[in-house]
Design a protein around this ligand. Structure first.
Ligand code: NAD
Length: 505
C-alpha cells in the first residue's frame, strides 16, 4: 500500500470517497514530487453535498443561532486553526509552494485573525435594524432584517488556499449559511484538512467540501438549482463563465478576479523605499497574487536611477525551496504555469521590452524538479504590450515611463482590471488626490499588500464585484428583508387603503 496520504470529500460531517472512486495526485511545485492523493468529485457528489447543506440549513438550530453563541463558535474555529498550525503550514507549503516565511508569518496569523475578527463582528452586526419611527400616532413600523442567503457554493483559487478558504467560509458561517466549498484541484490538501478539523465544532452538513475540477464540480455548483449563492475567487476568464451560469437560476454571485496593479512613482518619492517596496509588491508569493503590483509607472526624471536600484535589489532576492526559512521567492504553481510565465517574458522582449535583471529559469540546488523563475524586471514597457495588459502571475515587473501626472493616472486606469493600485510619494496630499482618481478597490500609498482582516477587499471593473474581509464580507452572505407591522386596528383609519376603498367613511 502506498504511504502517500489520501484526502477525501467531507459531506454531512463524514469523510467519504467520491462516487466515481477517482483520486488525483497532488504535486509539490518545489520538487515535482507527489505529496498527496485527493478525491476528485463530480456532479453526484455535489448533489449529495448540497442536499446535506440544505438539510442543515432547514434545521433552524444553525441559522437561528444567537449571535453571541455563533461568536463563541467562530472563536473556536480560530483556536482550532492555531492548534493545528504546524500541520496546516506544512500542507500549504507542499501543495501550493507557499514559502515557510509566508505561511507562518502571514497566512496562519491572518487566517486566525480573520476568524477572531468575525467573532467580534457578528456580535454587533445589524441583523435587525429598526427604521426611524414616524411622528405619532404611527400607523405602522418597519424593520430591516438580514437573513442568511441559504446554501452557499464557494469556489477558490490555488494561490493562497487557506486564506481564500477562510475569506469565504468565515463570513458565510457568520451569517448563518451552510456551505459546499470547492478548493482548487491543484491545491486541495490544506483546505480539505481544515474542513475536517472544523467539523469538531460545526453541526453535520453545515460545512461540506467537494474537491474536483472546474468543468465537473465547478459547473455542477454554479448551475445547481438548490445553491442560492456562489462566491468565486479565480481568473476573470472563469469568472465570466461563473457569472453566466449563475444567471440561469438567478443565484447571488460575488466575484474576486484578476488584477494588474499599477504603482505610480512620483519624482519626489524616496527611491530606496520604492525599490524595496515595489519588489515586495510584485515578488510576494513569486508574483502569484491577484493584488500584486505588476506595473510600475515611473516619472522620466527618476526612471534610470530607479531601474538601477530595482535591478540591484532584485538580484539579492533569494529564490529557493519554499520550506527553507531563508527563501524569499518560491516556485511557480505548476510546470504549465512556469512555461506560461517564461512565455510572457519572451513576448515582452519580442514586443520591445528590455530585461534589466532575471528573465531566465532559476536553478535551485536540491529542487531540480521544481518550477522556478528568476525575479525579473522589464524596462521600456509600454502600456499596450501584453506584459502590461495581461496577468502574468509570476515574478515579473513591467516598468513604464511617464512624463506628467495626468499621463500616469491615465496609464494606471487604462486596464481591464481594477483590484489594487498604489502611489509612491512624499507628498501625502497629492497622494490622496491621486487615490481618489484611481479606479481600484484598494489603493496603497508608500507600501503594498496593506490588507487588513477588518477592511474591505475587492475589485472594480473586470476584477470582479462584492467585498471580502471584515463585517463587509458578512454583507455578501445575507438577504435583506423589510418587515412592516401595522398598529392600526380600525380599517377606516388605515389611510392608504382609501386608494382602493374610495367609499370609506
Ligand atoms: P482559475 O480561474 O483557473 O480557477 C479558480 C477556481 O475556479 C478553481 O477552483 C477552478 O477549479 C475553478 N473553475 C475552473 N473552471 C470552472 C468553471 N467552469 N466553473 C466553476 N469553477 C471553475 O484561477 P486560478 O488559476 O486557480 O487562480 C489564479 C487567478 O485567481 C488569477 O487570475 C488571480 O488574480 C485570481 N485571484 C483573485 C483573487 C482576488 O481576491 N481577487 C485572489 C486570488 C486569486
Amino acid at each position: 500500500m502506498s504511504d502517500i496520504p489520501q484526502y477525501h470529500l467531507v459531506i454531512n460531517g463524514e469523510s467519504c470517497a467520491p462516487a466515481s472512486g477517482e483520486y488525483a495526485d497532488v504535486i509539490n511545485p518545489a520538487t515535482g514530487e507527489v505529496v498527496g492523493s485527493a478525491a476528485m468529485g463530480g456532479a453526484a457528489d455535489v448533489d449529495q453535498a448540497v442536499a446535506a447543506a440544505r438539510a442543515a440549513f432547514n434545521q433552524r438550530e444553525w441559522r437561528e443561532m444567537p449571535p453571541a453563541e455563533r461568536s463563541r463558535l467562530l472563536y473556536q474555529c480560530a483556536q482550532l486553526v492555531l492548534a493545528n498550525a504546524q500541520e496546516l503550514i506544512g500542507l500549504e507549503i507542499s501543495c501550493s509552494g507557499a514559502t515557510l516565511n509566508r505561511a507562518s508569518n502571514l497566512d496562519i496569523p491572518a487566517v486566525a485573525d480573520l476568524w477572531m475578527n468575525l467573532a467580534e463582528a457578528v456580535k454587533v452586526y445589524p441583523f435587525v435594524e429598526a427604521q426611524s419611527p414616524r411622528p405619532l400616532p404611527e400607523q405602522w413600523h418597519s424593520q430591516v432584517w438580514k437573513e442568511p442567503v441559504g446554501v452557499c457554493g464557494l469556489i477558490t483559487a490555488w494561490n493562497f488556499p487557506l486564506l481564500l478558504y477562510s475569506w469565504k467560509v468565515g463570513p458565510a458561517l457568520a451569517a448563518g449559511n451552510t456551505i459546499v466549498i470547492k478548493p482548487s484541484e491543484m491545491t486541495p490538501t490544506s483546505s480539505i484538512r481544515l474542513t475536517e478539523i472544523l467539523q469538531e465544532v460545526l453541526p453535520p452538513g453545515v460545512l461540506n467540501i467537494v474537491n474536483g475540477d472546474g468543468p465537473s464540480v465547478g459547473d455542477a455548483m454554479t448551475l445547481h438549482p438548490d445553491i442560492d449563492k456562489i462566491s468565486f475567487t479565480g481568473s476573470t476568464r472563469v469568472g465570466k463563465i461563473v457569472q453566466t451560469n449563475c444567471a440561469t437560476t438567478m443565484k447571488r454571485c460575488t466575484l474576486e478576479l484578476g488584477g494588474k496593479g499599477p504603482g505610480i512613482v512620483l519624482p519626489d518619492a524616496d527611491l530606496d523605499m520604492v525599490a524595496q517596496g515595489s519588489l515586495w509588491a510584485v515578488y510576494m508569493n513569486a508574483g502569484q497574487a491577484c493584488e500584486s503590483g505588476t506595473r510600475l509607472l515611473v516619472h522620466e526624471d527618476v526612471y534610470d536611477e530607479l531601474l538601477e536600484k530595482l535591478a540591484a535589489r532584485s538580484a539579492e532576492v533569494v529564490v529557493g525551496n519554499p520550506a527553507d526559512p531563508a527563501t524569499g521567492v518560491g516556485p511557480m504553481s505548476t510546470e504549465a504555469h512556469f512555461h506560461k510565465v517564461m512565455g510572457y517574458i519572451e513576448t515582452g522582449v519580442a514586443e520591445g521590452a528590455r530585461i534589466v535583471c532575471g528573465g531566465e529559469p532559476a536553478e535551485v540546488p536540491g529542487c531540480e524538479g521544481g518550477f522556478y523563475v528568476q525575479p525579473t524586471v522589464l524596462a521600456d514597457v509600454t502600456n499596450d504590450m501584453r506584459v502590461a495588459r495581461e496577468e502574468i502571475f509570476g515574478p515579473v515587473l513591467a516598468v513604464i515611463r511617464y512624463r506628467t501626472e495626468e499621463e500616469a493616472l491615465a496609464l494606471a486606469n487604462d486596464s481591464d482590471y481594477g483590484l489594487s493600485a498604489g502611489i509612491w510619494t512624499t507628498d501625502l496630499i497629492k497622494a490622496q488626490r491621486l487615490a481618489r482618481d484611481l479606479r481600484a478597490g484598494s489603493v496603497w500609498i508608500n507600501d503594498w499588500h496593506m490588507m487588513r482582516t477588518d477592511a474591505p477587499f475587492g475589485g472594480y471593473k473586470q476584477s470582479g464585484y462584492g467585498r471580502e474581509l471584515g463585517r463587509y464580507s458578512i454583507d455578501s452572505y445575507v438577504e435583506t428583508k423589510s418587515v412592516s407591522m401595522s398598529f392600526e386596528r380600525v380599517p377606516q383609519k388605515k389611510a392608504m387603503q382609501r386608494i382602493v376603498h374610495t367609499k370609506m367613511a
